[in-house]
Ligand binder design. Structure first.
Ligand code: ZN
Length: 322
């Protein structure tokens, strides 16, 4: 779990993936695969083999905030990068790339529907100059907090989608001797509209693709309309707002799970998309599926996943590609 903890501690909101990218490049050196990065910063590793070209994709960016304006009194105004849960932001800590930590406050007291335009980041400065010595327009920050990894669960910021990166890294190791032709891709800017997936899929032009990401777990008190539960198996995607997965690839995945006694559940997500959507529509079209790790409190500073689901996802990919 040391690897997962390292992945979770890296701060790389969409568009500023340098730190996570460097870590993954270092971590994958030992596999000895042909490796390149493209213009958008996607990392593409290739293991040659026979048959159809298969692309596995996990996005490495995370949601965060970007500085828009620094006021006279040193308070920092900001915009969301990706689908940040605005209602979860109050009094949260954020950390900038240079280690500066701030607390999010608002002009509004305790509103029912908080507005990001009324919020600010307080880094403890009292003048604009003090803040400008540490923070600039366009800087990004991530949620700040130590990951908690217990026997059964993980609680952290950025589990979306470092847990997917973790699954993909472990899958590379387990499929090095697979006879199949596999491209392992760590994509950028997913949270801003599946951007890295679009260019990497165009560059690879795969026959088949599987994206690996998190999905909403609908199993907390009062949750409605989502059948996926945390801890009861890897989710095999049927649909989200970006994609209806390819029926043949989907059924190959469910059959693989059943044949190997890997617990799984079907996922229909009515909010949010994934890299699968961009990959499917690349070039003349790609047969695309998706697997997901059920995640509670998604896009908040305290996302939660099950270790069993994570291990089942790795096992499913290993068996599918063997
Ligand atoms: Zn994601």
């Amino acid at each position: 779990m040391d690897l997962l903890k390292k992945l979770l501690l890296i701060n790389s909101p969409s568009g500023t993936e340098g730190d996570i990218s460097n870590f993954i490049l270092e971590e994958t050196k030992k596999f000895g695969l042909e490796t390149k990065t493209d213009a958008l910063g996607n990392i593409i590793l290739h293991k040659s083999g026979s048959g159809e070209k298969i692309m596995l994709a996990a996005h490495m960016d995370e949601i965060g905030i970007m500085v828009t304006y620094i006021g006279d009194n040193g308070f920092v105004r900001f915009a969301a990068i990706g689908g940040v849960a605005i209602s979860e932001l109050m009094a949260r800590r954020v950390i900038f790339k240079n280690g500066t930590v701030g607390v999010i406050g608002t002009e509004e007291g305790k509103p029912e529907k908080p507005s990001i335009n009324k919020m600010f980041i307080d880094i403890g400065a009292s003048t604009k100059e003090e803040t400008e010595a540490l923070v600039s327009i366009g800087d990004t920050a991530s949620f700040y907090g130590e990951p908690v990894i217990s026997k059964d669960t993980v609680i952290s910021k950025a589990l979306d989608n470092r847990i997917g990166c973790y699954v993909l890294l472990r899958t590379i190791e387990k499929t090095l001797s697979s006879p199949r032709d596999i491209y392992y891709v760590f994509t950028t800017q997913e949270e801003l509209g599946l951007r890295g997936a679009k260019t990497s899929a165009f560059g690879i032009n795969p026959d088949v693709a599987v994206s690996i990401d998190t999905t909403v777990a609908g199993d907390t008190p009062g949750a409605k309309g989502m059948s996926v539960k945390m801890g009861t198996g890897v989710a095999i995607k049927v649909m989200d707002r970006s994609v209806i997965t390819h029926p043949i690839i989907r059924s190959e995945l469910t059959t693989t799970a059943r044949d190997n006694n890997i617990p799984y559940q079907l996922e229909v997500l009515t909010t949010g998309g994934t890299d699968a959507g961009a990959i499917q529509l690349s070039a003349a079209g790609v047969k695309t599926a998706g697997i997901s790790i059920p995640t509670r409190y998604i896009h908040s500073p305290s996302e939660m996943v099950s270790i069993k689901d994570t291990e089942n996802a790795i096992m499913l990919l290993e068996k599918y590609l063997s």
